[in-house]
Write a protein that binds this ligand. Structure first.
Ligand code: HSE
Length: 435
């Protein structure tokens, strides 16, 4: 059968990996797809680099828009990244009747609603397995494998850079700045690591998972995002002593009143599988009503792991290329007319357990006052620990672990606690999830 023709936009790390794996495994991939898949055009601004990777195996151009308009192209693979040119390219490809495969999480989290609506109108597919957790087929699992279930919540380590940094901080006792430097030297973190360390990349991915798990539009602008740049080594140490590890989790939960969508450093019990995902690896834990918990683990980034997801999408699109658009898997897992506008709850309305670290004067009545204020807000204490102050010290750390409570009650309690004369500075507040 005639090969399906693809244009690859951007031949950086993932583009190069995709080109290589598609060539290397072409026989196996053709046996699966039912016809060969050929990248016939590669568009990249850096023609010299593109020539080095591609050699004479495809046409090389520097105008990606020409590829989105080329009548010979069936599938456009967008691996340029960003949300400006990439958005225009994806919309142009759709407008010209091409299917799209993309790894661009930022683009989908911010403009997915517009892109999927355009694709729906044109009867083309937009596939995005590589956008979340790199090589782990978690989009496939959420959209298809779990379609019998009501999905209740998802909690994932979906940013390898921050997981590497947190692992180094815990294992080697490094500060955040030292661990970040090491991540940059080893090539895990970008020169500008802001999106990773401030939780934005994880929030893009959590937004996408939330939409396909619950059948709601992409609501990235409503996600609560906290990164790890303010995390102190002392809290990693105290958490460890209390039987927890700190992970940057992307969390989305279905609650009666709406959806929780949040990214933040989180204490997870040390014996949980998720707590033991180390280095740059990713893992996503899904709780669903029929199947219970399922866990998806693997490489969340890198040339060939991400290429694995891109090519799986190419195979899916190739198999369904000639099918009736109404009988394909819907973009957001739910039929478009069934996608519902459920609100994302403000962070003050979310429910969690908390780790609170207070710096207090080591004197009579401090703990009694703290306990009284928590009780006044209906916050139940799960555990409390005073770190023995060294001889001669007048201040000491007190750690309080709470049971589940609504965040706004913690805010009110902390304002009152921080106003006590015996409490010094702002409390450190981290969320705890019992998964
Ligand atoms: N920068 C991401 C990470 C990979 O560190 O996991 C691409 O989303």
């Amino acid at each position: 059968m005639k090969a399906i023709q693809a244009a690859l936009l951007g031949i950086g790390t993932v583009g190069g990996g995709t080109f290589e794996v598609l060539n290397r495994n072409s026989e196996e991939i053709t046996r699966r797809a039912g016809r060969p898949i050929r990248i016939v055009t590669v568009a990249d601004r850096n023609l010299e680099h593109a020539r080095k990777v591609v050699r004479d195996r495809a046409q090389i151009i520097d105008d990606a828009f020409a590829a989105t308009q080329d009548p010979q192209i069936d599938i456009v693979i967008e691996l340029i990244g960003g949300t400006t040119v990439a958005r225009d390219l994806v919309l142009s490809a759709i407008e010209h009747g091409k299917h799209v495969v993309t790894a661009n999480k930022a683009l989908l989290a911010k403009h997915g609603n517009e892109i999927f609506a355009a694709a729906q109108k044109k009867g083309v597919m937009v596939a995005f397995e590589a956008a979340v957790a790199g090589g782990i087929p978690v989009i496939k699992a959420l959209r298809e494998g779990l379609s019998a279930n009501r999905i209740q919540w998802i909690a994932g380590i979906i940013n390898g850079t921050t997981n590497f940094i947190l692992t180094e901080m815990r294992n080697k006792g490094l500060s955040f700045a030292e661990a970040l430097k090491q991540a940059q030297e080893l090539g895990y973190a970008e020169a500008d690591p802001t999106f990773d360390i401030e939780g934005v990349d994880a929030a893009h991915k959590a937004t996408i998972m939330s939409a396909i798990a619950f059948g709601v539009p992409m609501q990235f602008e409503r996600a609560h995002i906290e990164g790890i740049s303010h995390l102190q080594s002392i809290d990693i140490t105290y958490a460890e002593q209390l039987g927890y590890r700190i992970k940057l989790l992307g969390i989305t939960k279905m609650r009666e009143q709406g959806i929780e969508l949040r990214v933040h450093p989180t204490l997870v019990e040390a014996d949980q599988l998720l707590a033991n995902v180390e280095g740059a690896m990713n893992a996503v834990l899904v709780q669903a009503d029929a199947v219970g918990k399922t866990l998806y683990y693997g490489a969340g980034a890198g040339a060939e792991p991400t290429a694995s997801a891109v090519i799986a999408d190419l195979v899916d699109v190739t198999r369904l290329h000639t099918s009736d658009p109404e009988h394909r898997v819907p973009h957001l897992a739910f039929q478009p007319e069934e996608v519902r506008e459920l609100p994302v709850l403000p962070i003050e309305e979310t429910v969690s357990c908390y780790y609170l670290r207070l710096s207090v004067s080591d004197e009579t009545g401090v703990l009694a006052n703290v306990a009284r204020i928590l009780a006044e807000q209906g916050i139940s204490i799960h555990g409390i620990r005073q770190i023995a102050a060294p001889a001669g010290a007048t201040r000491t750390d007190v750690i309080v672990l709470t049971h589940e409570t609504v965040e706004k009650q913690v805010n009110t309690a902390l304002a009152a606690i921080e106003a006590l004369p015996a409490v010094h500075g702002a409390a450190v507040r981290l969320r705890v999830e019992h998964l």
